[in-house]
Design a protein. Structure first.
Length: 77
């Protein structure tokens, strides 16, 4: 049981560290995030983001509290 606890703690620390590395990587690459609309449909979100910020933009739905809650645009700064 103790080995399971140590493994679980190690896994949690690893996941937290990986998440912060991804955030720093996005910032280092010069990517910006903007919230486009409060409701989200994946196809509409991506299309609207590309028309708003250009073809190098990625639009995705970010689910915070409700499914398909917010449309976020990620584009080069």
């Amino acid at each position: 049981m103790r080995n399971f606890s140590i493994s679980a703690i190690f896994l949690v620390v690893l996941l937290i560290n990986a998440g912060s590395d991804l955030i720093m990587t996005a910032q280092a690459k010069g990517e910006c995030d903007r919230i486009l609309i409060k409701s989200c449909n994946t196809k509409i979100c991506d299309t609207n983001c590309k028309s708003e910020y250009g073809v190098n933009t990625i639009g995705f739905c970010y689910t915070d509290r409700n499914p398909n809650d917010t449309c976020v645009c990620r584009y080069p700064c």
